[in-house]
Design a protein around this ligand. Structure first.
Ligand SMILES: *Cc1c(COP(=O)(O)O)cnc(C)c1O
Length: 377
């Protein structure tokens, strides 16, 4: 059996968790949390990194920081995970769904622009598969209409757009360290704040609406309830695990990218034979080896390929259902017309990709796909 994912282990995780336990401080913002935050700020030039309990929670923080309220409209990609929309729906926002581009699953800038009204309070984008969105076009729209941008960079760690790290473009960016991502700590995430004016309040919201962070820095002499907020701080146990991963980020990234490239090279002939399309890295974007996908011609063919591979012991999977087709969206928001997103939802298949995937396993997968399409290798 070849699983779809196998979370990476560097081998140092237990040692660091033991050290955290010896330190007698397992709540958040301990030594390992600081190591992680400092490292990520330096490596990517992020203004402020705050580790959070998840990417979903980091998105919720961004929604609170932007004072999103009932009646506000937030533009969200139709082709995304539920959290991208839910974090804003939770604050009462009306979700406006933007379509994917014709040429790749990322959100289409023209579709974003067509949804802007006087009530639009935020533009959220997702760098799908770790591939950058068309940031020049989106930032131009953001500037023209003076609407802040939030990058849902859950999949995009170590991804770049014109050599600038993803997560450094929006007022906020959110990342995930869930088991399914390149770097993980079980459940975890981070909020990146790139606009100085939000940093203090972000610290307050993350600490249950208290000025605890300012208290520990000696800026105030007692800490108290000063704002709304919640409990978004990552535990030191998770941070210790995360540090063991971050220390190995270059090994993880190099390996994942090599696996990605090997799939690409091996499967390109099937595209040339007119059977499928392989993932294409958009112009100006880099590949961070997060996810390798194929596009089948139709939904039933995609489902048949998934079943064929499953029968061979290979776990390949589809991905998002279009948010506009979800029960909650239809009931509460009505309709959205996103034909490109629906096409990606119907035809994408993701192949196993994890550091321990061997070349032998990869060959089994590649050969099976050729057999499904009855093409000689
Ligand atoms: C994984 C993912 C999330 C959710 O991340 P969590 O850390 O599990 O909350 C949100 N958005 C996108 C695009 C994702 O891929």
């Amino acid at each position: 059996m070849i699983p779809f994912n196998k979370p990476y282990r560097s081998g140092n995780e237990l040692q660091y968790i033991a050290a955290a336990i010896d330190n007698r401080k397992l709540s958040g913002d301990g030594d390992y949390a600081h190591k992680c935050q400092d490292y990520l700020q330096q490596r990517y030039g992020f203004q402020k990194v705050l580790l959070t309990t998840s990417c979903t929670h980091a998105l919720e923080m961004a929604a609170i920081l932007l004072n999103i309220q009932h009646g506000d409209e937030v533009i969200v990609p139709d082709f995304s995970f539920v959290s991208t929309a839910n974090a804003f729906a939770l604050r009462g926002a009306t979700i406006r769904l933007a379509d994917s581009s014709r040429t790749n699953p990322n959100v289409c800038p023209e579709s974003i622009e067509s949804l802007i009204t006087a009530n639009t309070k935020a533009i959220v984008l997702v760098h799908y598969a770790g591939f950058a969105c068309d940031m020049d076009a989106i930032l131009q729209i953001s500037k023209l209409y003076e609407i802040p941008v939030i990058e849902d960079a859950a999949q995009a760690i170590d991804g770049y757009y014109k050599n600038k790290p993803l997560g450094s473009f929006g007022d906020f960016a959110t990342f995930s360290f869930h088991d399914t991502k390149n770097i993980s700590c079980g459940e975890g995430g981070m909020l990146v704040v790139n606009n100085e004016k939000y940093i203090k309040r972000a610290e307050i919201i993350r600490e249950k609406g208290t000025n605890r962070a300012a208290f520990f820095k000696g800026e105030v002499d007692k800490y108290t309830w000063v704002d709304i907020g919640s409990s978004y701080v990552l535990s030191e146990i998770n941070a210790a695990f995360l540090w063991a991963q971050l220390e190995n980020i270059d090994v993880i990234q190099t390996t994942r990218k090599a696996i990605w490239q090997r799939y690409y090279d091996a499967l390109l002939p099937l595209e040339k034979a007119g059977k499928i399309k392989v993932a294409n890295v958009p112009e100006q974007a880099s590949n961070n080896g997060h996810l390798f996908y194929l596009l089948c011609k139709e939904e039933h063919e995609r489902d048949a390929l998934i079943q064929f591979l499953r029968d061979e012991g290979i776990y390949a999977v589809f991905h998002y259902l279009s948010l506009n087709k979800s029960a909650y969206y239809i009931q509460h928001h009505g309709q959205a017309h996103c034909p490109n997103s629906v096409r990606y939802a119907d035809t994408i298949i993701r192949l196993p990709l994890f550091v321990e995937l061997t070349e032998e396993m990869q060959d089994v997968i590649i050969n099976a796909i050729f057999r499904f399409y009855k093409v000689e290798k």
